[in-house]
Each structure stands twice: as C-alpha cells, then as structure tokens.
Design a binder for this molecule. Structure first.
Ligand code: ATP
Ligand code: MG
Length: 445
C-alpha cells in the first residue's frame, strides 16, 4: 500500500522556510527576460502525446523512455509535459501568434515531468525557466539569447559557468553527416547499446547523446558535425561567434554538444558547471528552425532555451550565494482580552493597507507566550494592548532590537505615526546605503 505521507520518488516539496529563495530567482529571471522583450506565456501541464512525439522526436530518450503517458477517461492519450517548447509552439500556431509583430518573444516558468533515475540535480518533477523567440533567422538572435542567459547568471551572482556552443547544421548538411556517422558506428555495431542500434538507421546523431558509458566512449572519436556544415550554416555559426565576441561573452566551441531533443538546427548551446556533480548542465538551448512546421504551422525560424531551476538553486547554494532575506514581521500586536483583540485586528488591517506586515494573536496565548512568538517571527516592533491601553487610547511601541519604547496613539493616525517611528529608527540604525535600499523596498511594496 502506498505510504500517503511520503512524497513520490523523484519529487520534492519547497517548504515555507525556503520558498523565498525560489521566489527571488523566479522574479529575477522574469525581470531580466522582460528587459529583452519577453512576455510570459502559460500553457497546460498536459498535451496530446503526439505533440511530444513529433515535437521532441520519437528517437529521443525523453520520448522513448521518460514520458508520463496515460489514457484519460475520454480515451485520449495524454502526456505530462517533459519540456516546454512543444506546448509553446502548439500555442503559437493555435492562437495565430505569427500574425502579431515578429519576433514573438515568450517566456515561462513551468514544472516538467520525466521518468528518470532520481539523483542530485535529476528529478521526476522538476522546474524550468524557458524563453522562446519566433520568426527570426538572424544569428544576432542566437547571440542575444545567449546574452540573456548570461545576464541572468550574472545578476544572480553565479560564477564559473562555461558557455559551450556548437552548430548541428540544417537537414541539408545533416544528410552527409548522418552518412558519415552511420559508416563510423556501423564498424562498432557490436558494442552499441540496444537503443542506439535502433538509432543507427533512423537518427545516428542521437547516439552522440547516449548516456551509456560504452556508447559515449565510442562517440568520442565519431566524425564532428562542424566538419559537415553547408555554407549557409557555417556562415551563420561564424556570425553567432562574431556577435558573442562583440558583446565580450566568453564561450567555447564544443563539437560534441548535440542536445537531447530532436528539434534543434544550427546553433545549440549549454551553460555548464563543474560544481554540482554529474548533472552539470544548468541551461540548454538552441535554434529549431524546423519545429513550427513539423508541428503543423508555416515554416518559422525560431530558437529558445530552458534552465533547470533545481540545478540553478543547487549551484547557488554550492557557491554560498546569499539570497535577499525574506520579509520579517514589522509589527506584532500582543493582546489581553477580547476588546483588545478587536482593536488589534483593526490596527493590523490599516497597517496591511499601508503595505506593512502585521500580526496578532490567533492562538489565545498569554502575553509571555505571545512575545515569544513575536521573537520567533523576528518582529521589528511589538505593541501590547490591554484594558489600560484601550481606555487611555495609547500604548507603548517597543523596538525589539533595542528595547526602546515610544508612546503611540491608538487613533486613526496610528499607521502614519508608526511610519514616522519606523523610519526614524531605520535612519538611526542603518548606513546610508541600506536606508536607500529600505526605502526602495517600501516603494515596491
Ligand atoms: P540532461 O542531459 O542533464 O539529461 P537534458 O538535455 O535532458 O539534460 P533539456 O531537455 O535540455 O535537458 O532541459 C533543459 C534543462 O532542464 C537542463 O539543462 C537541466 O538544467 C534541466 N533538467 C532536465 N532534466 C531534468 C531533470 N530530470 N531534473 C532536473 N532538471 C532537469
Ligand atoms: Mg535528459
């Protein structure tokens, strides 16, 4: 019997004490993508199985081994998305986004599902941030996309990532390349794994991406795709490198990158770390000029990337990167008796209207226990309300850090008065730079 108090293998929870980290990362990536003109798109978690078979490619590991596929009650074959691009392309075609101004730049934060062997940086439910850019064949778009990923890592202060790029050509140059690969692997046929034997005829390039140690050893000496590029693809790849140079973005050409999904053409790239173990690819992407047509739209050059959020967080933690601290309670109102509780609710409501984080007792605790809770919350200020305070219409506002008390009227100017004390204390206690930061935060609130 399933143990219902244990999560399913390969899935994980984000607990309330940790969620501020991923929230910060998500807000950051959306903000940076916005500066490049990307707008968020939201698509369903599940799609027709055939979309992924066609979009991701039925000779890939993802389609052959890793998809969560089931029949729904209406007899449809449904698959939980293993990646984001296919669904976004479907949406681009379905909603005629090709009629809008091109390029169409869209981005997404999604969960993905792959039946893989769970290990560090490899889950069965994981999360991606992705960007897709439709309608441009220009190599400048490839370079801009790599620059966007580079900006994200720079903003998050992530270091030591290697940018590896390659070109895997177009269907034209790939014909010759496939022939060369087939000749090469034919001679090693006896050593290839079963899956790769099947790939030899249909899609020999997939063998280069096989995770089996024997296949990857054989693949090391295979012919290099960059030696088989047609003039147009070769020129495109040179331009991409020229633009990256112009932007001072360091990269390496790695002819062994082919990426795990079938739809790529021309430029492919990965951002790789050596600091989080075997699953070091934090971001992967490239151009997919044939995909929109493959899925049923008009020929549309396009490109994109996806970044693994769990791997990104692992890397940020490995590098000891500090996240902006989560919001602490601004005011805790301790109460004695029901009338005081009513007043506390009233004061807290006006505090929250101003954008302050305020709490009061919901546990029917004594004053001492309430103060203990306020400490746990890290409350900046506390206020104790009892019968005396209510009858006099004023109470003592206590700054928790210093223990200093200020008398404050419990009238309808309460929040304005609190504001004044709050900023006074802030000015006393903080360096100029920090004060500016704090003001900035309140404006955003
Ligand atoms: P890998 O070679 O590590 O299996 P992939 O080529 O299958 O990766 P993509 O399909 O390109 O990965 O997905 C983009 C990114 O999503 C990866 O670079 C990685 O950061 C993340 N990712 C992919 N699969 C997983 C997974 N099972 N668990 C966590 N993150 C993943
Ligand atoms: Mg994979």
């Amino acid at each position: 019997m399933a143990l219902v108090t244990k999560s399913i293998k390969g899935t994980q929870d984000t607990l309330p004490s940790e969620s501020y980290k991923i929230q910060f990362v998500e807000q950051s990536v959306l903000e940076i993508a916005k500066n490049y003109g990307y707008k968020e798109i939201r698509v369903p978690v599940f799609e027709h199985t055939e979309l992924f078979q066609r979009g991701v490619g039925d000779t890939t590991d993802v389609v052959q081994k890793e998809m969560y596929t089931f029949e729904d009650k209406g007899g449809r074959s449904i698959t939980l998305r293993p990646e984001g691009t296919a669904g976004v392309v479907r949406s681009y075609i379905e909603h005629g986004l090709f009629n809008e101004a091109q390029p169409q730049k869209v981005c997404y934060l999604i969960s993905c599902y792959r039946y893989e062997k769970p290990q560090a940086g490899r889950l069965r439910e994981f999360h991606q941030f992705g960007c897709e850019c439709f309608g441009t064949a220009s190599p400048a778009a490839d370079a801009e996309l790599i620059s966007l990923v580079n900006d994200i890592f720079a903003f998050l202060d992530v270091k030591n990532l290697k940018i590896q790029i390659n070109s895997i050509g177009c269907p034209e140059c790939r014909k010759n390349y496939h022939k060369a690969l087939q000749e090469y692997f034919e001679s090693k046929k006896d050593e290839l794994c079963g899956t790769c034997l099947g790939r030899l005829e249909r899609n020999p390039m997939r063998i280069l991406d096989c995770k089996s140690p024997i296949c990857s050893e054989i693949a090391k000496d295979a012919p290099k795709v960059t030696d088989y590029l047609c003039d147009e693809c070769d020129e495109h790849f040179k331009k991409v490198q020229q633009y990256l140079d112009a932007m001072n973005i360091p990269y390496e050409v790695n002819p062994s990158i082919v990426r795990g999904l079938d739809y790529y053409t021309k430029t492919v790239f990965e951002f790789v770390s050596t600091e989080i173990g075997a699953q070091g690819t934090v971001c992967g992407g490239g151009r997919y000029d044939g995909l929109v047509e493959e899925i049923g739209g008009n020929h549309t050059p396009a490109l994109g990337f996806a970044m693994g959020m769990e791997r990104l967080l692992l890397l940020m933690q490995a590098q000891g990167i500090e996240f902006p601290p989560e919001a602490k309670c601004d005011l805790y109102i301790a109460t004695m008796g029901d009338d005081a509780l009513g007043k506390a609710m009233n004061l807290a409501a006006s505090m929250r209207e101003f954008g302050y984080y305020a709490e009061f007792d919901l546990m029917n605790r004594g004053i001492k226990a309430q103060m203990k809770y306020a400490n746990k919350l890290g409350a900046a200020f506390t206020l104790v309300l009892g019968d005396n305070e209510l009858s006099e219409g004023k109470a003592k506002l206590k700054e928790m850090k210093t223990g200093e008390e200020t008398e404050i009227l419990l009238d309808d100017k309460f929040t304005v008065n609190f504001d004044a004390v709050y900023f006074d204390k802030l000015m006393e206690g903080l360096e100029e730079q920090e004060v500016l930061g704090a003001f900035g935060k309140k404006e955003n609130d």
